[in-house]
Design a protein around this ligand. Sequence first.
Ligand code: ATP
Ligand code: MG
Length: 577
Amino acid sequence: MRVSQLLNPTLREVPAEAEVISHQLMVKAGLIRKAAAGVYTYLPLGWRILRKIEEIVREEMDAQGGQELLLPVIQPAELWKETGRWQVYGPEMFRLRDRHDREFCLGPTHEEMITDLVRNEVRSYKQLPLLLYQIQNKYRDERRPRFGLMRGREFIMKDLYSFDRDEEGLNVSYRKMYDAYRRIFSRCGLTFRAVEADAGAIGGSGGTHEFMVLAESGEAEVVYCQACDYAANVEKAECQPQASQDQPTTAALELMATPQQRSIEEVARFFQAPESRLIKSLLYQGDDQVFLVLIRGDREVNELKLNHALGGCTTLQLASPETVERTLGCEAGSVGPIGTPSGLKILADPEIALMPQAICGANRTGYHYRHVVPERDLPIAQTADIRQIEAGEACPACGAPLQAARGIEVGQVFNLGTKYSQALQATYLDEKGAENLIHMGCYGIGVSRTMAAAIEQNHDADGIIWPLPVAPYHCLIVPVNMKDSEVAGVAEKLYRELTALGVETVIDDRDERPGVKFKDADLVGYPLRITIGTKTLAQGQVELRNRKTGETDLTPLAELPQKVRRLIDEALAAFRE
Ligand code: ATP
Ligand code: MG
């Protein structure tokens, strides 16, 4: 490819709206252009990078026996109504009507479509297991499309669905995908963690893991252990209850007037007590029921975990001041677990029972109890781990201190169990002719988001540093002066030789100053740059520069093509290890 002909409009200015580095660099390097919020055109170099990522994904899916197919983007509403997700999906789903007023959506995901195919085409256990996948645009009308390709409304996803006879088979498929994902992201040159996660709207009873590329700009928070391999999204991470270091008390429960003291900070200051001595008592409204939730004053509630503990409410939020007043007869700042109406369900974090003494609201505005001994004084029927984990806490698996990091979710694998096969009646006949539900898994990779994540992890002040396997081209030849016929001639010859050796090569044959060419080369991030200048050429040498390390060396012209080929082969092999 010749830069003089390549549609690669590089910019010197950062687009004002681009908040994260990957978005800035993709626009500056001429890889993408915005069409609408969260909708982008991929320019030739950007598209090449995406196809490289797709190819890695494809190879690893095929290696596990995955079969590629292509499902429609436009999906009939009826299927989604069968699983109930037409309602559940909400405004994130792009919905449309045809000329006959029939309802459709643009596929945000394809569990319904693929399960429909399989229920119609698969009859016998002999056809299982089955791994089907596609690489295709997905459509989600995200509330906040942002960060360029990171959170688009049209984006490229690989989605594979596994179909097995039973749980055991599903576990095998899940493991295959989990391992394949590790290889894919390693081959893309990414530093990542596979973390335990919450199943969210896709649902399913079994486990799920997210693959997180570690980067400051990541929207997710993860914790991981360096001593063992425990890693989890903070939404999901389990906490080990810690006994607070407080003094025990033998004093009797005492009601205290605490006028105007409402927040945890105010009450702690009033009693000159550490916040860890307080019980935070929160009235939650879950669907049409209220619950009293207890957690130590210095802790935060994790509402996802809380919702699981409550058995899964469609809506869960803190109760309004009116509901608090009506239920407990006081302001929210004085709510507590003592003397609550019978029938009010109380759920406590396990740390509450470990508090040697405590202070809590008295369900009377402006009053609190002190010298509360939870074991002695509190009516706790149900406990569950409902708190938000923090960095430095003990790993739930081995007890070592946990590290916290931010992550970009580039992939997720789900054990769906029979959630969709049940809803859509996808069954098979076993050896005895009995009908059974198919066990399913689904496994997504954000291909376009992976491209953004690769930039978040691989860049410097000058531009992108593509890991070789996903670089748009391996190498760029820069003749410093196209008017020097010897320089131009050698560059053209090298270009032909490298191309003949299968090295993906671009020649910057523009009549531009070397400074301009070097700037663009660094911005776009070609892994290897070969500079051909008059002076070095007089000694029969050319300069080879590594974009990542910045190292340059002079190589005899005649040896260069083979040397480049060898360097690339070695580097590509290293990414596969
Ligand atoms: P998120 O929590 O980031 O919204 P998700 O969990 O809803 O993502 P999945 O349904 O698990 O996404 O989709 C599989 C993969 O598709 C994700 O791991 C992510 O890499 C990618 N993806 C999801 N939403 C987007 C988006 N709006 N733009 C780009 N990629 C996305
Ligand atoms: Mg996900």
